[in-house]
Write a protein that binds this ligand. Structure first.
Ligand code: MG
Length: 158
């Protein structure tokens, strides 16, 4: 058995109006992420973690924000593609751990739904989604931005 670890990070500014997607779940209908796609920071971080573990580059290479195809795109599509690319190399996800950092909206109540949505995409229930704040520090702490870290472990039989 081979194992690979991957890490991803993403941040987006928050704007008034629209819908905010985090880990595949609509967590607010009063604000949105400033982004080319749907701006789902948790999924973007997770995609980078999976690509990183497989040595597959980064999300910007696969889904450039200069490409009109990805305008308003569901980040679930990016995640499905990252999982597909990993699987093509024989890799499957062992577990994923995601930390979302936001002062607003409050994410606590959405953690079960976010965990379920990510589990569905990854094909494993070994998924953990954590939600924290930045304790009033920096742009995240002022409620101007939302960020996420993701770590995954992949395995394949060799
Ligand atoms: Mg992003």
């Amino acid at each position: 058995m081979q194992f690979r670890i991957g890490h991803g990070y993403d941040i987006h500014q928050l704007a008034s109006g629209g819908r905010l997607f985090v880990a595949g779940v609509v967590v607010s209908e009063e604000m949105s992420a400033v982004a080319h796609s749907d701006g789902d920071v948790a999924i973007h971080a997770l995609v980078d973690a999976i690509l990183g573990a497989t040595g597959g580059g980064d999300i910007g290479e696969h889904f450039p924000n200069s490409d009109a195809r990805w305008r308003g795109a569901s980040s679930g599509h990016f995640l499905a593609e990252a999982v597909r690319l990993a699987a093509a190399g024989g890799w499957k996800v062992v577990n994923a751990d995601i930390t979302v950092l936001a002062e607003r909206p409050k994410l606590h109540a959405f953690k079960p739904a976010m965990t379920e949505a990510i589990s569905h995409h990854l094909g494993t229930t070994a998924v953990n989604v954590k939600a924290g704040t930045h304790e009033g520090c920096d742009a995240i702490g002022r409620g101007e931005a939302i960020a996420a870290h993701a770590v995954v472990l992949l395995t394949r039989n060799v």
